[in-house]
Write a new protein. Structure first.
Length: 190
């Protein structure tokens, strides 16, 4: 694909996503949170769904969980500008409830297209929601965080969701180790 073709595909995808009315979340959203960052990134982080700050700003991971994610990225020397960050759902579920199965079914096509266009070397699921959907249904975050899986030609792993770390800071040690290993793997793949 030429750069121009790629650019056109991104524009069409973003347009489609921003006008999406496939599920009821379109009624309550302020903004569609399409995803942000480097569209040529080697690494992609995938969270759950936008929260209040993300809904208001249109950008993923800008609230308290995002600030904590930024800290970990900084600690392991991964530049946020050079990653792409997206969510399973592009619109905020009311009161930040968990995404429903049917909402994920309808929304996942946007994420699949983003992955296809970026072709990252590593995909990192932030938390169990994206891990269950993208790695395997019976994924257990407490037991399988930080493990690398190979799926559909992609290297993929999951780490604790930063919001879970805010609730239970004892898990931050594990998070740092996982992030260090991800950075190491990324350097090896470069
Ligand atoms: N939590 C998520 O999973 N995604 C965001 O964008 C913000 C908080």
């Amino acid at each position: 694909m030429t750069e121009t073709e790629l650019q056109k595909e991104w524009e069409a995808l973003e347009e489609r996503c921003k006008n999406c009315r496939k599920c009821a979340l379109c009624e309550t959203r302020t903004n569609v949170v399409f995803g942000s960052g480097d569209r040529t990134a080697d690494i992609m982080f995938i969270g759950e769904a936008p929260g209040e700050k993300e809904d208001l700003s249109g950008t993923p991971f800008v609230g308290a969980a995002g600030k904590l994610l930024d800290k970990f990225l900084y600690q392991v020397d991964i530049d946020r500008e050079r990653v792409f960050i997206a969510n399973m759902l592009k619109c905020r579920p009311p009161k930040n409830r968990d995404p429903k199965e049917d909402e994920q079914d309808l929304c996942i096509e946007y994420l699949r297209e983003q992955v296809r266009l970026i072709r990252p070397k590593i995909i990192v699921c932030l938390g169990r929601i994206s891990a269950k959907r993208l790695i395997k249904e019976d994924f257990r975050i407490t037991q399988e965080h930080g493990i690398f899986f190979e799926k559909n030609g992609y290297t993929i792993c999951a780490v604790y969701h930063p919001a879970a770390l805010l609730r239970d800071p004892r898990r931050k040690e594990d998070m740092l180790i996982d992030m260090q290993n991800i950075k190491k793997r990324l350097d090896e793949l470069e």
